[in-house]
Design a protein around this ligand. Structure first.
Ligand code: FE
Length: 396
């Protein structure tokens, strides 16, 4: 038996934020990040529409990037005091992820993070509130997924919560809000979305329900990402939908080792962190090459290549065309090809080589590795990581 879960309603279209006016409820809490939603006026609009719907509104503001366990517990406590029957989260991945976890502890105050850290251990929700998610970036798709990442800074642990109970009830996918993204974020989040769709399509648990979503998302990224990067309004709207389709696919088909490696290289280097989407963009070509030694995955990559109109006589030629197209895309979007070239040599060869063995251990243990078409052993993972560092094709 397999399961396929999505939000009950997805409202989309420019201006669809207004749909909040038609929500039913008595009290709404709005969870938001550091200030861009306020600055661009979307927080005021959100509050205004909820008030028009007859609701009393309270805010939980200043959710930090990579939200902490403390932020989640504080938010859950505030929710318990206020007693909302509607939780609205608006912003990038962080406030939405934080709000999902707050929702769990609002409804189940007796739980700890330890109780829910394993996949599919979150008890039933929706006894107190429904959950509305409104993304301001075109990439994570947390508005439609069963995932939330919360960081325990004291213990140095990231909790990747995963359970269909935290899939939002309503997603509002309004490109007017995503227009606030700076150009670099358009590039990084766009490549994150492409990686979600490609990894979902070759995942070992990809299925008949997720495949069409993944393929359509990939096609839309190929058609619109350059134009979106260049500021075209329709293209921005299309990319906002494409990332959402990719999210529907990967929430149900899971991901692969591009994400495993991005998770474990994101914050491990001394001089700064590599943004998630940028990391995915650099690693995707290397992982396609590694996974293509698996026949099923090779055929699936070739299907993707054909579907987006790339040319090739054989599976191998189609895969090479796909890899080249991802590299071309990175070049257009000013994304470096490898870690060595990232941030003016931010990660020295010495530091990389000193850490590569441990990164490999952690990447293999990452939650995304299990659904990758080929499970690398330690030696292979080190070689993949080296290919990601030097930008040279993987030797395994
Ligand atoms: Fe991602």
């Amino acid at each position: 038996m397999a399961r396929f879960t999505l939000p009950r309603d997805i409202y989309f279209g420019r201006g669809s934020l207004e749909e909040l006016k038609n929500l039913k409820g008595k009290k709404a809490v709005v969870v938001v990040g550091g200030g861009s939603m306020k600055r661009f006026g979307f927080l005021d609009k959100t509050v205004g529409y909820l008030e028009e719907a007859g609701m009393e509104v309270e805010l939980i503001e200043n959710v930090e990037p990579d939200p902490s366990v403390e932020t989640v517990f504080k938010g859950a406590e505030a929710m318990r005091k206020f007693g909302p029957d509607v939780i609205v989260s608006i912003g990038g991945g962080s406030p939405i992820d934080a709000a999902k976890a707050m929702w769990v502890f609002y409804e189940h105050p007796e739980l700890t993070f330890d109780d829910i850290k394993d996949p599919f251990t979150i008890p039933a929700l929706r006894n107190k509130a429904i959950f509305v998610a409104i993304p301001s970036t075109s990439g994570t798709a947390t508005e439609v997924t069963a995932f939330s990442v919360i960081t325990d800074y004291e213990a140095g642990i990231k909790y990747p919560l995963a359970d269909y109970n935290i899939t939002p009830d309503i997603a509002i996918v309004d490109a007017n809000i995503a227009d606030t993204m700076p150009q670099t974020l358009v590039a990084h989040t766009g490549m994150d979305a492409l990686t979600h769709a490609v990894e979902a399509y070759v995942s070992t648990v990809a299925n008949d329900f997720t495949d069409p979503l993944a393929l359509k998302a990939i096609k839309m990224v190929y058609e619109y990402l350059y134009k979106s990067f260049d500021g075209d309004s329709l293209a921005k709207e299309k990319i906002h939908y494409a990332q959402c389709l990719a999210g529907m696919a990967f929430s149900n088909a899971l991901l692969g080792i591009v994400h495993s490696i991005a998770h474990k290289t994101g914050a491990v280097f001394d001089k700064g962190h590599i943004p998630h989407g940028c990391a995915n963009a650099m690693y995707l070509p290397q992982v396609i090459r590694f996974n293509s030694k698996d026949e099923r995955a090779a055929n699936r990559y070739a299907e993707i290549a054909k579907y987006v109109g790339l040319k090739g006589e054989s599976t191998e030629e189609l895969i090479n065309a796909l890899i080249k197209s991802v590299n071309d895309c990175n070049e257009y979007l000013s994304i470096p090809t490898c870690i060595k070239d990232y941030g003016n040599g931010m990660v020295s060869e010495e530091e990389f080589l000193a850490k590569v063995d441990e990164i490999a251990i952690n990447a293999i243990a990452d939650a995304c590795t299990g659904s990758n078409p080929r499970i690398p052993n330690q030696e292979e993972m080190v070689l993949i990581l080296k290919s990601c560092y030097y930008g040279t094709p993987c030797k395994c």
